[in-house]
Design a binder for this molecule. Structure first.
Ligand SMILES: Nc1nc2c(c(=O)[nH]1)N[C@H]1C(S)=C(S)[C@@H](COP(=O)(O)O)O[C@H]1N2
Ligand SMILES: [Mo]
Length: 199
């Protein structure tokens, strides 16, 4: 590739190398929800982890808060083509949440309050690449963005980051979630533009 032209396009904000193909830079924070925002108070919030043998563990809000949180700055990419750079979240790594319960599992189906679901390979939830996020920009996560807590998986299209997370169901097989059953890509890698089935 020609070094001069690469330097030239690199100065354009909409060609920031952190923006995946087909995406544009968004500076606001759009709200995308397939249904109404559920009202989930931390007092009644619960996160269940269901293992492949059907056994279930359940975290209440104080349990989540007692786990070590990380603060991360990541880029997020919605399949509707906006990308937002340098978003800062605090959350508990999934490793600490599903950690010892993964025997026999290859995938997860993540369930939200309100009924939304999304599926991911278990490996994409582990290794410090996914969090149960409870704060955005140093403040508690607002309800429209998934508060009190949402999944954050920034390396996949943002529809995989289930808001109002309720349950992580560990599975021996892959099962499509809400958008995946409607024709969206099963995996959703923004760098490979995996928007729809067949991409
Ligand atoms: N429970 C739930 N989670 C969801 C969604 C939804 O409709 N319901 N929309 C997804 C989509 S398509 C995107 S782009 C992001 C949007 O998150 P935001 O509204 O905080 O920007 O949430 C994802 N998680
Ligand atoms: Mo999205």
């Amino acid at each position: 590739m020609n070094v001069v032209s690469r330097g030239f396009v690199g100065r354009r904000r909409d060609r920031d190398p952190r923006i995946p193909p087909g995406q544009y830079l968004e500076s606001g924070f759009p709200v995308l929800s397939a249904g109404p925002t559920p009202d989930v108070h931390p007092d009644r919030w619960r996160l269940d982890v269901t293992a492949v043998d059907g056994t279930r563990s359940s975290l209440a809000w104080p349990d989540l808060m007692a786990l070590p949180s990380e603060t991360v700055t990541v880029d997020i990419h919605c399949v509707t083509k906006w990308s937002k750079l340098d978003t800062t979240w605090s959350g508990v790594p999934l490793d600490a949440v599903v950690g010892a319960r993964t025997a026999g599992a290859t995938h997860a189906l993540v369930h939200s309050y309100g009924g939304y679901t999304t599926n991911l390979p278990l490996a994409d939830l582990l290794g410090g690449r996914a969090w149960i996020a409870h704060a955005y920009d140093g403040r508690p996560l607002t309800p429209e963005h998934g508060g009190p807590a949402r999944l954050l998986v920034p390396h996949l299209y943002f529809w995989k980051s289930a808001k109002w997370v309720r349950e992580i169901e560990l599975l021996r097989d892959d099962t499509p979630g809400f958008w995946e059953a409607l024709g969206y890509h099963d995996y959703g890698d923004p760098w490979r533009e995996q928007r729809y089935v067949g991409d």
